[in-house]
Ligand binder design. Structure first.
Ligand code: SAM
Length: 256
């Protein structure tokens, strides 16, 4: 299905999963207790839920044994480090296979062959470390301004045996790293217009951007087209039809 709008060419494709403000839209995990705010689930509940989620993941995704080993290492480390500081919303750690790994896989599945990806605002490694787990021959760089999170990302890269660098800096100062990439990714980072303003000075017209977006994507696209021209594919989610992967190229500021 194709839609035309003032800002650029729009297409829609179907067949994917969830998103973005899902990172900030936790569902209560089994065993989660709430008082005035969200409380983290117990380690026992987390382990049981993760085990069930891993079985679900294996029954839905056809990944190699090596990729699964890297994903297992990632989930183990994410869970260990999550106990020390928040890498993902606390109530989502039990459901990590669906909420985070499968979700990041839906973006990874859209990526063409590449040699260098840069992921912006990587946080707990999403989608970057899932992409890296699936594409061990390519380099996946991560830009993350929190030094604690950057330390986690570097440790996870090492243990997973994947290629890429962690840049513990702000995106605003990461121009040279962004310029080297064939592909730029981001999830749950900023509204689309802000993302485009961050990357536009550093990318070529050929650079392809893949942004995971939630239910506000229509409004974000409208706001972005006031300032930017681009071509875009909208990859729709099969499981949650209000979230999408936006694939953009030919980005240029509007002159009018
Ligand atoms: C909401 S989290 C999302 C993390 C991850 N992409 C995900 O989907 O779970 C946004 C992350 O971006 C980082 N961040 C926000 N603004 C940034 C900036 N200007 N430069 C670098 N990192 C930034 C924050 O530290 C945080 O870890």
């Amino acid at each position: 299905m194709r839609r035309d709008r003032p800002g650029g060419r729009f297409h829609e494709r179907h067949g994917d999963k969830r998103d973005d403000d899902r990172a900030a839209r936790p569902r209560p995990a089994a065993g989660t207790r709430r008082r005035s705010g969200a409380k983290s689930p117990s380690p026992v509940d987390v382990a049981a839920q993760q085990s069930e989620g891993r079985a679900w993941f294996l029954s839905h995704y056809d990944v190699s044994r090596e990729t699964m080993q890297r994903l297992d290492i990632y989930v183990r480390l994410l869970t260990e480090w999550q106990a020390r500081f928040n890498l993902v919303a606390p109530s989502t750690i039990g459901d990590v296979w669906r909420r985070h790994v499968a979700d990041a896989m839906s973006l990874e599945a859209r990526l063409p062959k590449f040699s260098q990806v840069v992921d912006l605002g990587s946080g707990g490694g999403l989608p970057a470390l899932v992409i890296a787990a699936c594409r061990p021959d390519a380099a996946v760089d991560m830009v993350e301004s929190s030094h604690k999170k950057a330390a986690f990302l570097a440790a996870a890269q090492r243990e997973m045996g994947v290629t890429g660098r962690v840049h513990p800096i702000r995106i605003e100062t990461a121009g040279a790293r962004i310029a080297r990439a064939d592909i730029v990714t981001a999830r749950a980072l900023a509204p689309l217009a802000d993302l485009l303003a961050m990357v536009a000075p550093h990318i070529s017209r050929e650079t392809r951007c893949f942004f995971a977006k939630g239910r506000s994507h229509e409004q974000e696209i409208d706001a972005a087209t006031a300032h930017w021209r681009f071509t875009m594919l909208i990859h729709r989610s099969a499981l949650e039809d209000d979230s999408v992967i936006l694939e953009l190229a030919d980005l240029a500021a509007r002159a009018d």
